[in-house]
Design a protein around this ligand. Sequence first.
Ligand code: ADP
Ligand code: SF4
Length: 679
Amino acid sequence: MARDPRYDPLFEPLAIGPVTAPNRFYQVPHCSGMGYQRPQMLAAMRGVKAEGGWGVVCTEYCSIHASSDETPYPSASLRDDDDVHNLRLMTEAVHAQGALAGVELWYGGHTSANLYSREISLDVASLPNQATLGIPGQSQAMAGTDIREFRDYHRDAARRALAADFDIVYVYGNHYYLLHNFLNPYFNQREDEYGGVAENRVRLLREVIEDVAEIVAGRCAVAVRYSIPTRFDKDPRGLIECFRHIAELPDLWDITVDDYNQEMGSSRFTAEAENQATVARLKRLTSKPVVAVGRFTSPDTMLSQINSGTQDFIGAARPSIADPFLPAKIDQGRLEDIRECIGCNVCYAHNSLGVPIRCTQNPGMGEEWRRGWHPETIETRHADESVLVVGSGPAGLEAARALGQRGYRVILAEAREELGGRINLESRLPGLAQYARVRDWRLGQLRRMANVDIYPHNRIDADTVFELESQHVVIATGARWRSDGVGGWNNSPFIGWEQDEVIGVEQILNGYLPEGRVVIYDDDHYYLGTAIALLLAANGNPVTLVSPAESIARWSHFTEEHLPTMKALIEAGVELLGARGLAGFERGVVQLECVFSGNESQLAADRLIPISARVADDALWLALDRRRDEFEQRGLLSLQRIGDCRAPGIVAAAVYAGHKAARELGREKDEFKRDRVIV
Ligand code: ADP
Ligand code: SF4
């Protein structure tokens, strides 16, 4: 298929200073959880993006000195010749596909705790450490000699960037790292030539841009990452005024808004292209090309950015993670094949956990090197055999899709009328509509495969499995939420759990809306408890959300959803109560227990919704497992269970399980290579 000529503007080359990007698809620097510790994984992952058509592919933030160390978050680094050697793997992989490679020089300041290096962080002032782990301690205020050394760190790193063959070198002026903190008058109260008026506050950023430009001397472009106020007209930090002083200095501006929760906002709270009106206003202040992100997955939205002059490049982190081949698919007129990011931020969460990123939509993300998985291609079937997949949740859908792609004859059976498993139920909750993309992309692919037959409304039992005579059976029958409170906090059911006033999560997910005052007890700690709280608050129920954790929905800290979730709950009038375990529910009174002291307290409630653990729906697998001695006679060669019916987990885990099962059918298990230092 050919590209729709309407999209031609997305494929026009554009100069960035001395280098030229082959098109407008620009993978901005984004964390990968790989960094300097996993250079082979990093190179392969970035190389695949270039292969998928991204015209510019950048590294994640790249430490330039031991005193900028965010361990356990795995940054890249450009501190010595070994780093140059390792990063050359990445530039070679990117150049091999005709794309430009960018590197982001990073100095953290008060955000880096230097837990590994034990060095002192420099910053504009002695600021309390703001590392996510909340380390007690402060940075050292920079004296004049420190400023000279700091500039030298950048010069040295720029030399190494050249040696590693990068085409674009970033000066990093946002995200509350050191250079940004000089701009910020709340942090910068210096009385020397680097403090006071905007011209002084921007001085260090200007000097570093000039230093880097002097070193690279036209052999590569200089980009600056810079944040602007989320609302252009409300600029208490004077970021726009600072910008005006350096607007023409770099070769490219990479613009973000000054609110990280919005810049990489989850789809629960932030729409595609949410910040672009602000970006458009900034672009009028410079003649240099501008790139900005906006979780762009719609080709028409991308096109309108270019045509309206809002920005020159389509910046992407998450859309390029969910679909490394997004540009190629637009180019080839295969828009229906684009695997759209759902905005869940599970990718980011894993960097925050100090491990390689993964993706809910793209099970191959992070597996390019260590398992050799390519996001678009897959080994063809090992034999002309058929596979029965039971259950059409994320695990079953992905298994059926990838098995269909391999060329097997596939039967996908689902008990319910609607395909999609948990996705159908959860995507109806407030803010979770984009989770439906997990189902819709896979169904779209499956429906175009002649070798896949789909049978909704078909509950399968062990006898039916044998009657269908498939050689391979994959059980993906999911899990059900418990309603007895057993989970991380409660080892046994709470007193009174069998009453009618106790409402199971499954009832809510299937559309039941209770009346009266509701207490939600959330021992799941992710999005479900808060989404149900928002649903019921919108329904008019007085709602109290109780958690045995100190922090409500604590896992959403990792996905950067915590702050907007709390804001939404408070605005909706939901009462929040942390550090309380559930002890019982009798005669309209919920008994709670303080997790620290054991002190008891009570809450009045008409209904209680306990959200705790899930029970694997593994009855079919167990029934078949008991009849293994019949397999040979019935021609059944393999049986496996995947996803939540094996071990309940997040949607990303189920998609991954489905993909892995499909990849490995009829083959040796994929080798799991470890990227590590070998002495
Ligand atoms: P996962 O996240 O592991 O994919 P889900 O709970 O989302 O799991 O999906 C499991 C699906 O399996 C549900 O749609 C459920 O209706 C379906 N299912 C469960 N048991 C059977 C069965 N015996 N036959 C067919 N479908 C089943
Ligand atoms: Fe998008 Fe979620 Fe994948 Fe991240 S993990 S790229 S937010 S779908």
